[in-house]
Write a protein that binds this ligand. Sequence first.
Ligand code: SF4
Length: 347
Amino acid sequence: MTDKTNLKSLSKKEIFDFISNLGLPHYRADQLMQWIYKRYASEIDEITVFSKELRHTLNEHAFISNLKLVKSVKSSDGTKKFLFSLEDGQTIESVLIPDKDRLTLCISSQVGCALGCSFCRTGKLGLIRNLRAYEILDQIIAVNRILSHHKIPPHPPLLKGGRGDFTFPKITNIVLMGMGEPLANFNEMIEALWRIVLFIGISKRKITLSTAGVVEINLAISLNATTDASRNEIMPINKKYPVKSLIDACGKFPLQPGRRITFEYVLISGVNDSIEDARRLAKLLRGIRCKINLIPLNPLEGNSLKRPPEKNILEFRKILVQNNMTALIRESRGNDILAACGQLKGK
Ligand code: SF4
């Protein structure tokens, strides 16, 4: 246990206070933030804009924590899954999904999850602990650092092909759909969202949080059933917030012009994939500006839940489209490496 300050655990104000308590000028705090969040410095000695003496002083009082990469695996579709270990030895997973000009990172918000959805491996772990804001953020820094081959990128970025050109792919989009229920870790999650936007510089339009409504980011609701009876069965959280109250809340969500709520609907054979389910779903969402992502289940080992046959999936979508809904069939990426929706376990 060290009594040094972890610089990544500090908010913007705390970084400025820390620097001024050392008797240093304000611009040093700006430099520190730039080197940690835009240039991914993993230790104080990498911050070469600071003199040797200044680095020595900082090292006496502080350190920069880092997620430790335990393992990474690549799927045949290009999706990559990273297993990281935290300071206390717990592990989490993050999934990098390349798609044309986008590079999306699906990040975790908790170690395990208390909600116990029956189709999800994370839920089987129960809640082990919440992630701290900096641990949520650090998944982005760690993967960007891996993408940069651990070189310190210049800031501001140099022009492609210019002198000292050093370009590398960077994460462009964030989805909060990894391990855990983001809103069950509300305070740390909100702080992490601010830091993703302000420190790392990813626009809030490119961040999607899967659950109920907070801040001005894209909203995705994991719905998965149209009646309380079937939703109770696969998502125990429904006993607390039944379907009607969830849909009412969505109807009141302050959507920006031109934006829509995304409803995720995992199709499970014999549970929620009937023609009646499709009709009920269309009726339930009528009047809400939304689109529906139909995700055929990724079956889990030792679990009786199955993926519906192809013809049921197509029929389900057809009924939604006939009812003037926007519905897309989305196959989860990275199925072969257990990186798809509901398959993360941190192992
Ligand atoms: S699907 Fe999401 S909310 Fe449900 S158990 Fe898995 S991680 Fe938790």
